[in-house]
Design a protein around this ligand. Structure first.
Ligand SMILES: Cc1cc2nc3c(=O)[nH]c(=O)nc-3n(C[C@H](O)[C@H](O)[C@H](O)COP(=O)(O)O)c2cc1C
Length: 320
């Protein structure tokens, strides 16, 4: 199933969530290759853009092969966010600029950014309006829910009325952080109220939860975060299942290690090796694999990416 955001044709309805320190360019490229319909950058501070903080701005680096892609910004000032978004538009020409109204991290909320803005609907409205009126790029928003359904619906309506082209709903409150189970009832009700595309997010981890969430909410799309960490192949599995109704059979061990190798190659190719911790990334890619204790030990004693890969390859052969 494809979806449309503003005039953009999005080639599917399963999206990769923005994740700080996770969704870098190599990882997004892999997710796209495996069937993620749209990827979002890690969140970028609008203040950092204005003050030309190169490291942060580089989070917007993209490549033709991943398009369409969205760049997510956060901030607390409509004017600063407008200026930052204009600069991002000029630098990277993303297909979408997304506004973070969901991050519960204290680092953001103490400055009134991310999910703290859910308490200030007038400012949220002003931010979206500033962006929509001044950018040529479509603007989308990502929210968390409020406990109160009516207030959550008010916020969703306000985002649509301000001119946003789509909204993503993570079915947890700011207070929940990542605990409890995401409620998709809010996304379902929002979908009934709005005319712009609505994307449901939270706890979608496999083929069945993907299908179930699409069915239960009637949403235009779903967005996957944590379950895709180190597991970009999940997009292939889910797309295949949604298209055919069949589970894709594959050699999990060999697939994970081949993906890790490809990921390291892409980091190298894009000059980004120094930006990640190779060992923790290797842990993500091997999460859930059998023989976890052996895998962890072999990663711990490896000295570089090549050593990690070759010891994992040996383990996979052994497992056959
Ligand atoms: C490590 C990590 C980093 C995240 N960074 C961002 C971010 O930069 N912007 C954002 O809107 N949400 C961020 N999130 C939230 C996710 O986009 C997503 O809404 C949340 O994880 C729920 O989806 P899931 O259950 O599929 O993981 C992050 C989550 C994690 C785990």
């Amino acid at each position: 199933m494809t979806m449309k955001i503003a005039d953009l044709d999005i080639p599917g309805n399963v999206l990769l969530a923005p994740m700080s320190n996770v969704t870098n360019l190599p990882f997004r490229l892999m997710c796209r290759e495996y069937g993620a319909a749209l990827t979002y950058s890690e969140m970028i501070s609008s203040d950092a853009v204005i003050y030309e903080n190169e490291k942060t701005i580089n989070r917007g680096l993209s490549a033709e092969a991943e398009r369409p892609m969205g760049i997510q910004i956060f901030g607390n000032s409509p004017h600063v966010m407008r200026e930052a978004a204009l600069r991002i538009e000029e630098l990277y020409r993303p297909e979408i600029i997304d506004v973070n109204f969901g991050c519960p991290a204290r680092l953001l909320t103490k400055d009134g950014c991310g999910s703290a803005l859910l308490n200030y609907p007038a400012t949220m409205k002003e931010i979206i309006e500033e962006l929509v009126q001044n950018l040529t790029t479509p603007v989308t928003a990502k929210i968390r829910i409020l406990k109160d359904m009516e207030k959550t619906l008010d916020i969703a309506r306000l985002i649509e009325d301000a001119g946003a082209s789509a909204i993503t709903v993570h079915g947890r409150t700011r207070q929940q952080q990542y605990s409890g189970k995401a409620s998709h009832e809010y996304a379902r009700k929002i979908k009934q109220e709005l005319t712009i595309p609505v994307i449901a997010n939270g706890d979608i981890v496999d083929e069945i939860s993907a299908e179930q969430t699409l069915q239960d909410t009637g949403c235009d799309g779903i967005m996957i975060g944590r379950a895709a960490m180190g597991n970009p192949f999940l997009f292939k599995r889910i797309s295949h299942y949604l298209e055919t109704g069949e589970m894709l059979s594959h050699d999990e061990c060999a697939r994970r290690v081949a993906d890790l190798r490809y990921y390291f190659d892409l980091l190298e190719k894009h000059g980004l090796v120094h930006t990640v911790d190779i060992k923790s990334q290797a842990h993500w890619f091997t999460r859930g694999m059998r023989n976890g204790r052996h895998i962890r030990r072999s990663i711990a004693v490896s000295n570089n990416a090549e050593e990690i890969i070759s010891s994992l390859e040996k383990m996979c052969k052994h497992a056959l």
